[in-house]
Design a protein around this ligand. Structure first.
Ligand SMILES: Cc1cc2nc3c(=O)[nH]c(=O)nc-3n(C[C@H](O)[C@H](O)[C@H](O)COP(=O)(O)OP(=O)(O)OC[C@H]3O[C@@H](n4cnc5c(N)ncnc54)[C@H](O)[C@@H]3O)c2cc1C
Length: 391
């Protein structure tokens, strides 16, 4: 039997987050839109975010996927996807506190105290820096260099599009330590505090996300800054990128639910030529197609999450969910904007806000083309068999 029903626990988690988003997050939307419109900043202030995270913590919502021994909830991937769907129902950039990048768990005892634990508690903020002006999809082409000088390492190079790079207290930066080996044993990850000498510059984008470029000019760090092992950085980078690709389209599911709900309401109330536009087949088809794609996306996301939760090889399923999510969320937001006519194009409504934000899903953490490349390769090289999804 295939059972698509949620367990009682999963339903309870989903319902709790839905109520939290409705009560605490959605009421902030108008203020967030106002601030973004007048250039008073993106989203919430650090204090506001922290306040909401601590509020959620009172109900034990803290560290959704953080292991229980680190004070987290230790939820599995399916529950995490359900949480993300609910958070996606608002464009206010909120996530629960108590998390750290998965690769920080490779920290040694000293790094654990200095980086991992303060990141989980929210005292310190990290950023993940591999992309460079000359190396995005082709991450193996990075040129940032770290060379030994006595017992230290000296890092030089530039990173670009680093999420949180302008706010982070420290970075996990990837640099070539052995050019001959390159990505196969010659890239190392360093934990580097901002006050050790790197600079950041914000990058203005079409959305409300503000990544940054990071500049390293003779930044000197001790040997103890290496995360994991010297030369093993590329594997860590791939582990970070693969940590939860399914969570990105999961957020898009939530966004599409809200957007489609808005379209249904608008179609039923907006009248032209004496009747609600909901009675026009052109509008009905846009609503129908969006619903079909939204439900297909939901199943792809949950099926990928289910594979992650069961420790199965989920890469293929995650690429499919990410690709489909990026494509379909963009088609859905475009239709919803169309259904709203001129109002959809204004900043009175958040549709254009989502329109700009969802566009990113087709680019970061593996572009559409890179996902297609991976999916096709899996089939062409025989790693995955056509039609074998259910075993
Ligand atoms: C807002 C934002 C936040 C980001 N956050 C981070 C972060 O925190 N840390 C970090 O390290 N990076 C981050 N990135 C970088 C992101 O991962 C890269 O932008 C992405 O991987 C694409 O790389 P690129 O921009 O260099 O494009 P390119 O790799 O130059 O690609 C250009 C175009 O060519 C296509 N293409 C490339 N190779 C192939 C191929 N083999 N076959 C077919 N088509 C191909 C691409 O799909 C794309 O359409 C972020 C980017 C953005 C925009």
């Amino acid at each position: 039997m295939v059972d698509f029903a949620l367990t009682e626990e999963q339903r309870a988690i989903r319902d709790w987050v839905r109520t939290f988003v409705e009560r605490e997050i959605i009421p902030l939307e108008q203020e967030v839109l106002r601030r973004e419109r007048v250039g008073e900043g993106h989203g919430l202030t650090r204090e506001e975010l922290r306040g909401l995270q601590l509020l959620a913590r009172k109900s034990d919502f803290w560290g959704v996927q953080t292991p229980v021994e680190y004070g987290g909830m230790g939820l599995d991937a399916v529950a995490a996807a359900l949480v993300e769907v609910e958070l996606g129902r608002s464009f206010v950039p909120f996530s629960f506190g108590g998390n750290a990048d998965n690769i920080l768990y490779h920290a040694n005892a000293e790094q654990r105290e200095r980086y991992l634990l303060p990141t989980i508690s929210g005292e310190r903020r990290s950023c993940f820096a591999i992309t460079e002006p000359g190396a995005g999809s082709d991450a193996k082409a990075i040129r940032a260099r770290a060379h030994r000088d006595g017992s230290d390492w000296v890092i030089n190079g530039e990173k670009t599009f680093i999420t949180g790079g302008n706010e982070a207290d420290f970075t996990m930066v990837f640099a070539v330590t052995d050019p001959e080996k390159g990505a196969d044993g010659g890239v190392t990850c360093f934990l580097v505090d901002r006050d050790q000498g790197w600079r950041s510059e914000p990058i203005h984008t079409m959305g409300e996300w503000g990544p940054a470029s990071l500049v390293f000019e003779d930044v000197r760090v001790p040997e103890s800054s290496i995360l994991g092992e010297e030369g093993q950085g590329f594997a860590l980078a791939m582990k970070w990128i693969g940590r939860g690709r399914y969570l990105l389209p999961a957020r898009a599911v939530g966004a599409c639910e809200r957007l489609l709900g808005m379209a249904v309401e608008y179609a039923n109330t907006r009248e032209t030529f004496g009747t609600p536009i909901a009675e026009r087949q052109a509008i009905q088809w846009m609503i129908a197609d969006s619903q079909v794609e939204l439900e297909a996306l939901r199943l792809l996301v949950l099926s990928a999450a289910w594979q992650v939760a069961g420790d199965r090889d989920s890469r293929h399923a995650q690429s499919i969910a990410k690709l489909y999510g990026g494509q379909k969320a963009n088609e859905i937001v475009d239709r919803v904007l169309q259904i709203h006519g001129g109002m959809g194009y204004t900043r009175e409504l958040p549709v254009e806000r989502w329109y700009r934000e969802l566009r990113l899903l087709r680019i970061y953490e593996g572009t559409d083309e890179i996902q297609r490349r991976a999916i096709a390769r899996d089939l062409l090289k025989g790693h995955v068999k056509v039609g074998a999804t259910l075993g």
